[in-house]
Ligand binder design. Structure first.
Ligand code: SF4
Length: 374
């Protein structure tokens, strides 16, 4: 059930356990603010985080060791979002509560400044967008991601951002400036161009074509931005035609990598998603029962099929990224996956000469936090 737990308090202590410990002092229960104007229908819970840079557990297979999530919950309201269970740890519901009751770590920027100054901090890469979207609606009100980017840039600390939001363009000049001081990786996730599927499954996100326009603008500005096509939803966005269309659009937007990711459904999210599916698309229930009969992940052959379709898409002659310019700006940074650039201008030996969009072989058990945004 959505709503606070019986004690009427958010269970911050459980959040502390989940995010590498001691994020919120016990005494700091969330201060509730009701959204007005464009934020009508939303609630914001202000908390002070004890730490803001989270250390990823050593057992994790994620390609980064540190994350920042300034918000919890996400107004993008994706039906398949597997960050949803994090809200139940707080005594909130993983359904509507997750979409409109947002926890805001109001001291995130000042905490980061302190933590980067610590003698213990070694300047490791920090990933943003791992458990909530850093450019979700609340960012327009609080500007925490913008503040975090500024602090990271000032410190010359490498970072990455994964988002579904065009709000990232608000920080375009800040991000360009950051690339002169440190390594910056950007990814947008665009699962489909199909507007019906988009409306049905990601009702709070900007339309896919607007996201691809953002990819183009980021790349035109010299930032190196790729696309995660995901999650690809069985029966909804996984036809060859749909995948080829979105891959072509990514290529035309100058995406520096394109990586397809199949849907996975871990416990908790699985029940939530399948309940939604039974009501929204009952005709697909048996397909999902078959695909997920062995657990949270689809058969390896399905991921292979997605990768092969994306790999086979020819890139257009126009809309190619100027590799020399990108290389100059972000030398040394390697995005996951291969590139969609002009072979004659390629930035490194690792880039393929093939005239097609190439994709990096994808692990079937992907880095779960990073992909929680999909
Ligand atoms: S998948 Fe990402 S963008 Fe969508 S609701 Fe979850 S955190 Fe937000």
């Amino acid at each position: 059930m959505d709503g606070h737990d019986e004690a009427g308090q958010l269970r911050w202590r459980l959040v502390e356990q989940e995010e590498s410990g001691m994020l919120f002092p016990e005494s700091s229960l969330g201060e509730r603010h009701v959204g007005t104007g464009e934020y009508r229908g939303m609630e914001f819970f202000h908390v002070n985080a004890r730490t803001i840079v989270n250390k990823v557990p050593a057992a994790s297979k994620m390609p980064f060791e540190h994350t920042i999530n300034a918000y919890r919950g996400c107004s993008h309201a994706c039906t398949y979002c597997f960050a949803r269970p994090t809200h139940s740890y707080l005594g909130l519901g993983m359904g509507e509560d997750f979409d409109r009751k947002i926890v805001v770590k109001v001291n995130a920027v000042e905490r980061l400044r302190c933590e980067l100054r610590s003698a213990r901090w070694q300047g490791a890469h920090i990933a943003m967008g791992t458990n909530t979207d850093p450019y979700q609606k609340a960012e327009g009100k609080y500007g925490l991601t913008q503040g975090l980017v500024r602090v990271l840039a000032e410190a010359g600390n490498p970072f990455s951002i994964l988002t579904k939001s065009t709000l990232v363009l608000r920080d375009l000049s800040l991000l360009v400036e950051a690339t002169t001081r440190t390594r910056v990786r950007l990814s947008l996730s665009v699962g489909t161009l199909d507007r019906e599927v988009w409306r049905l499954t990601e009702p709070g996100t900007p339309p896919p074509d607007k996201r691809l326009e953002a990819v183009a603008k980021l790349n035109e500005a010299g930032l190196r931005c790729g696309v995660l096509i995901g999650p690809v939803l069985p029966g909804l966005s996984d036809s060859e035609e749909q995948l080829r269309a979105v891959t072509r659009a990514c290529s035309e937007a100058g995406a520096v990598f394109v990586t397809p990711v199949g849907l996975h459904l871990r416990p908790g999210v699985r029940e939530h998603y399948l309940k939604w599916l039974a009501s929204a698309r009952p005709d697909l229930v048996s397909l999902y029962a078959e695909r997920f009969k062995r657990g949270s992940y689809q058969p390896a052959a399905e991921q292979h099929r997605l990768s092969e379709i994306v790999r086979s898409v020819e890139r257009p002659v126009s809309h190619r990224v100027s590799w020399r310019r990108v290389e100059r700006l972000v030398e040394g940074s390697n995005a996951p996956g291969s590139f969609v650039g002009n072979a004659s201008e390629r930035p490194s030996r690792s880039v393929s000469d093939k005239r097609s969009v190439r994709v990096e072989p994808l692990q079937l058990r992907p880095c779960t936090e990073q992909l929680s945004l999909l």
